[in-house]
Design a protein around this ligand. Structure first.
Ligand code: NI
Length: 227
């Protein structure tokens, strides 16, 4: 399931992040690429322990914790401390699948990557190219979102970032270990949760069927979640 969460960051936070990222010292992304990725990764990033990455990463985590859409779609158990990258001057990241388990020196130290996340920090008209291309059973999806929008996709997907031929593409990226490991089960819960929200809007006074359906949602979550 590929999900877009619009406006995860408000305008003020985006401006603040852009200022801090513009002043930061970036390093070659290949330094942190493991195995196969060294060959295909051509970008710049902030090291994991860079003070700007830690400060802005905390802002991303706060925005995630306040987003009911993110909670509903990802059912997060652990979130990898957000990292930041920049693609310019032809920078790209060839087709790859993300590593299954990511280690970090900060809490939560070890994350199984169920979902991959890209938080776009530059507006689409600031750069050419730089589409995130994700392959699923329906084919390829080339995605480029507005600054502040978050994209969630299964970490099992083959994906790439196309070359940036003008301007610079700035993003934060991270992974989520979900309480519900299976993507199909997680999608069913997400669909059900969204339908329940619509029904609650239609029945502000409540309804006995809503009580049972909400209970069924929680009973499925109980059945399928690992903590
Ligand atoms: Ni990737």
């Amino acid at each position: 399931m590929i999900v877009r969460i619009a406006n995860l960051l408000d305008a003020r936070t985006r401006v603040l992040m852009r200022e801090k990222l513009a002043a930061a010292d970036w390093e070659d992304g290949r330094r942190t690429a493991g195995g196969e990725a060294v060959r295909v990764k051509h970008n710049e990033q902030l090291t994991e322990m860079h003070p700007v990455a830690i400060e802005l990463g905390q802002m991303v985590l706060t925005a995630l914790s306040q987003s009911s859409e993110f909670t509903s779609a990802a059912l997060p158990l652990k979130v990898f401390p957000p990292l930041f990258n920049r693609y310019a001057g032809g920078g790209h990241f060839g087709a790859h699948i993300d590593t299954a388990v990511r280690l970090t020196r900060q809490a939560p130290y070890r994350v199984r990557t169920d979902l991959s996340a890209t938080l776009f920090l530059a507006e689409p008209d600031e750069y050419d190219g730089g589409e995130l291309v994700i392959e699923d059973t329906y084919g390829e999806h080339a995605i480029k979102l507005a600054a502040g929008d978050l994209l969630l996709y299964p970490a099992t997907s083959l994906h790439e970032v196309r070359p940036v031929t003008r301007g610079a593409r700035l993003a934060s990226f991270f992974w989520v270990q979900s309480m519900v490991r299976d993507d199909d089960n997680r999608r069913l819960l997400y669909e059900m949760d969204r339908a329940l929200m619509q029904l609650r809007d239609l029945h502000p006074q409540g309804h006995p069927a809503l009580v049972r359906l909400t209970g069924a949602y929680h009973n499925l979550l109980r059945k399928w979640s690992d903590l």
